[in-house]
Design a protein around this ligand. Structure first.
Ligand SMILES: Cc1ncc(COP(=O)(O)O)c(C=O)c1O
Length: 465
């Protein structure tokens, strides 16, 4: 006799419990194909539920093909219904990427993470409500791949005013962060005739992996305190594109000089390749004003990639690319095949956020917050390690510190972690190894001044035991 237990206090209904039990018996083969099931009355009595519940469950299982009714005979397990269902534990273990997780008592000097405690929740919430109530019904439908025209219009004006980017709004495509823009660019430009991307060395592994994953091979071009060194680009074989972060190179923090900008553009014109400019954090410049974009020097050769991940929040997943006109259509096609388009609601909220002047206000405020955090870090480092050198422009949310007497190898990094602090060796970002053994990247965007001070004293304990 088929018997199982049902739990009356369970959040699942009795019908659901009976249904799931019988379904599992069939799938697992405990009830064999062509085996006859007890009558509804018998099963109801043995399980202790009403007959109506069993009738409902049998009907459902017949409708789904698990059971068949043979007239004047009874209800049977249908052929082809036994199947071993894999449990979660059976599937290959998968390490979840959880960048937002805060490890208990660990001071993590990771770079490029903004101050999450300062997101303009109130204004964003107000605008979200307004847009939800006011926007036309069409906002809830499908839209074009390139992005909402309202955001593109506002963004084109913002980019011209703040970054010297010259473009018509139609040249902008809204993407899911800079990440998606770079991935589609690689897919579009890398082919058998132009199989490699020239990248700054060192470079973030995220970006490097995006290019490799999209099928490109990578050639490192060395970087010094003034950014990429164009004389190391190949004169025989042009890359599909050159990836640069001219405003504030990651991680070394150099700003590309005008001489090198001109050389890069001349190279791209001569070799008939493109330059991809990643301008992810130039809004936060603490000394002088940000250098205008490379794109402004040759909009036909430079693809300008930007993001709201640093100035607002990476959780928005809103980035964009400004394209030379001949690439607009093929890029939009690939964007459509990837995810159709970004959320139109979020795009409209952002457009209104910028148009009302909230973005400028937020940037002004955050500049002060980051400047304060940076000052605490620089002062603390110089006081604790007087022999250290701080590299790069006073910009962004990270800096590189060099300690000539220390090699940041795995043993040293373990000692640092043991003190509950995490830093990032520049060597990890390097393609050609061995040139940055004494340097670490320290990000300060998401840490408070107190956490920064605590982190430095922990670092001191780890390095000078
Ligand atoms: C060099 C660089 N560019 C851009 C980004 C932003 O990526 P996304 O806009 O996809 O968040 C990052 C993120 O860390 C980065 O390191």
């Amino acid at each position: 006799m088929l018997w199982f237990h049902v739990e009356r206090k369970d959040t699942k209904s009795l019908t659901q419990q009976v249904y799931e039990q019988i379904r599992m018996y069939i799938l697992d083969g405990d009830l064999k194909v062509n085996e006859k099931l007890p009558s509804t009355r018998e099963l109801a009595t043995s399980v202790g539920v009403s007959r109506n519940i069993v009738l409902e469950v049998y009907d459902q299982l017949v409708a789904e093909g698990y059971l068949v009714v043979r007239p004047k005979s009874g209800t049977y397990v249908a052929p082809g219904s036994s199947f071993k269902v894999k449990s979660q534990q059976d599937t290959a273990s998968y390490q979840q990427d959880q960048p937002g997780m805060i490890e208990q008592n660990m001071i993590d000097f990771r770079a490029a993470h903004p101050a999450m405690d300062h997101f303009p929740r109130k204004v964003w919430g107000r605008l979200a409500k307004e847009i939800c109530y006011d926007a036309p019904d069409s906002i809830f439908g499908y839209h074009v791949a390139g992005g909402h025209p309202e955001l593109k219009r506002v963004l084109a004006a913002y980019l011209l005013r703040t970054r010297g980017v010259k473009c018509d709004p139609n040249q902008i495509v809204i993407t899911s962060g800079a990440t998606q823009a770079l991935s589609i660019i690689t897919e579009l430009l890398v082919d058998a005739a132009n199989p490699y991307v020239a990248v700054e060395d060192p470079v973030t592994y995220e970006m490097r992996n995006i290019f490799s994953y999209a099928g490109a091979s990578i050639r490192p071009i060395p970087v010094d305190h003034e950014g990429i060194q164009p004389e190391f680009l190949s004169n025989d074989e042009p890359p599909s594109f050159i990836f640069v972060i001219p405003s504030h190179q990651f991680p070394l923090g150099g700003t590309l000089t005008i001489q090198r900008r001109i050389k890069l553009i001349e190279y791209a014109r001569q070799m008939n390749c493109y330059i991809v400019e990643d301008d992810y954090d130039s809004e936060f410049t603490y000394e002088g004003s940000p250098v205008p974009s490379l794109q402004g020097l040759d909009p036909g050769k430079v693809l300008y990639v930007g993001t709201f991940s640093k100035i607002l929040s990476p959780a928005l997943r809103i980035g964009y690319v400004v394209l030379p006109t001949n690439l607009i259509e093929p890029f939009q096609t690939l964007k459509w095949y990837t995810d159709r388009h970004n959320s139109s609601l979020e795009q409209l909220i952002l457009a209104r956020f910028i148009e009302e002047g909230n973005l400028d206000k937020h940037i002004r405020k955050m500049r002060k917050v980051y400047q304060q955090r940076r000052k605490a870090l620089v002062d603390g480092l110089l006081a604790t390690f007087p022999e250290c050198t701080i590299l790069g422009q006073a910009a962004g949310m990270h800096l590189v510190v060099e300690l000539k007497n220390i090699i940041f190898d795995s043993h040293c990094l373990q000692r640092i972690e043991d003190q509950g602090v995490r830093v990032y060796p520049v060597e990890d970002f390097s393609l050609v190894k061995g040139k940055h053994m004494h340097q670490i990247v320290i990000g300060y965007g998401s840490l408070t001044v107190d956490e920064i001070k605590d982190g430095i004293s922990r670092l001191k304990k780890a390095l000078y035991v």
